[in-house]
Design a protein around this ligand. Structure first.
Ligand SMILES: Cc1ncc(COP(=O)(O)O)c(C=O)c1O
Length: 379
């Protein structure tokens, strides 16, 4: 397999993600929206945030949205609102961004990891029964890369064990499972608006969405120092408020989200069509009845590291999400896990590679990426 630098002087670089093309297409709208906030001189918990909450909730198929400062805070506050406390256990997949785990740990709660299904990279529902204990207080399902987890058995398990279910929708806003939006299956669902997400702010921002008016009210209290009225606090809380400039930016972008998701899906379909001709490379799997929103287009190959170098030598960006499953992170050394404990997640960590993916990616760029992969496989 060749990793020789290509004669690529003057060849256009294809980054793994590119926010500038998107900005160029909406710059005027964004500037108007930010100007509106500057004119209002209201920067925290104002009209833009309230409007965004109302606009996002239906995108997730629920009634309420509560804007917070980040996706990580959304997870922490959602768990707290669902009654999770220090000393409890929370079940979550080991294949995820570390934020899912660090949110659990931030509450002094023990992370109980579960393996994934190798073909979808989402939590294996049969793992829940194996890992649940009398101390389990909640389950977090992560819709990784933009694909929903297998919600029917997960919801059934949560119901039968009377456990709150929290969806980590950071990568999957708008994705559906059997026609139903992710975000509408759990007691609460958590969104990240980190800039590179499918709906990304120009800084940190997040939201918890829920169908429960009671949970939403609790979350509004928790995000603002536990205050139930001005300067009257009933419990310890946080400062985790969504700021108005980010909310205004997100409201502009939300108007374009369904077009961008369509473009991502069309790009994914093109990759998958071209990759049919390339042996030894597994494209992402979209199970029947699920609509992937391709936050990432993640392939799988045993020669992952060499392929990544081969692409880099041809000015093609790619990223490994994520090289270390949570149970093998130094952060969780005290839990005593060892290699082999979660074999599907560990193998995925060695084989996955996310290719360039963004709405503005052109078909000729996709063709160049796939040609480069095909060259690598031939060598
Ligand atoms: C799966 C997952 N969970 C949680 C988060 C945390 O979100 P944030 O970076 O907004 O805190 C992210 C994003 O970074 C994520 O990808």
């Amino acid at each position: 397999m060749s990793t020789q630098p290509h004669a690529n002087l003057g060849v256009e670089a294809i980054p793994q993600f590119d926010l500038s093309a998107q900005y160029a297409s909406i710059a005027a709208e964004i500037r108007t929206a930010i100007e509106r906030v500057l004119s209002s001189q209201q920067f925290v918990l104002g009209r833009e945030g309230a409007a965004l909450e109302e606009e996002i909730a239906p995108v997730c198929g629920v009634a309420h949205g509560v804007g917070v400062a980040s996706g990580t805070d959304a997870l922490i506050l959602a768990m707290r609102a669902c009654g999770v406390q220090a000393g409890d256990e929370v079940l979550l997949p080991t294949s995820t961004f570390v934020a899912t785990g660090s949110a659990v740990s931030a509450l002094g709660t023990k992370a109980i990891f579960a393996d994934i299904r190798p073909e979808t990279y989402t939590i294996d529902p049969t793992e829940l029964e194996r890992r649940v204990t009398p101390r389990t207080r909640a389950i977090i399902v992560v819709h990784l890369y933009g694909l929903a987890g297998d919600m029917d058995p997960i919801v059934a398990f949560a119901k039968s064990h009377k456990l709150p279910l929290i969806e980590d929708c950071a990568q999957a806003i708008g994705a559906t499972y059997k026609g139903r939006r992710t975000g509408s299956f759990g007691d609460a669902a958590c969104l990240s608006f980190y800039p590179t997400k499918n709906l990304g702010a120009y800084g940190d921002a997040g939201m918890v969405v829920t169908n429960s008016a009671e949970l939403a009210a609790r979350l509004r209290t928790l995000r603002n120092h536990g205050q139930t009225a001005k300067y009257l606090s009933s419990e310890p809380g946080w400062n985790s408020r969504l700021d108005e400039i980010q909310a205004a930016v997100l409201r502009v972008k939300l108007r374009h989200l369904s077009d961008w998701q369509r473009a991502r899906r069309s790009n994914a379909a093109e990759y998958t069509r071209l990759l049919q001709q390339v042996p030894g490379v597994m494209p992402p799997y979209e199970p029947e009845g699920l609509e992937h929103v391709y936050h990432q287009y993640t392939i799988r190959t045993e020669q992952r590291d060499a392929l990544q170098q081969h692409l880099a030598a041809r000015k093609i960006g790619s990223t490994v999400y994520y090289p270390h499953p949570l149970h093998l992170q130094p952060l969780y050394a005290s839990l005593g896990h060892k290699p082999g404990d979660f074999p599907h997640a560990e193998r995925a960590a060695q084989e996955v590679l996310s290719l360039p993916m963004y709405p503005e990616l052109r078909k000729d760029q996709i063709a160049r990426v796939v040609e480069a992969i095909a060259d690598f496989v031939k060598c």
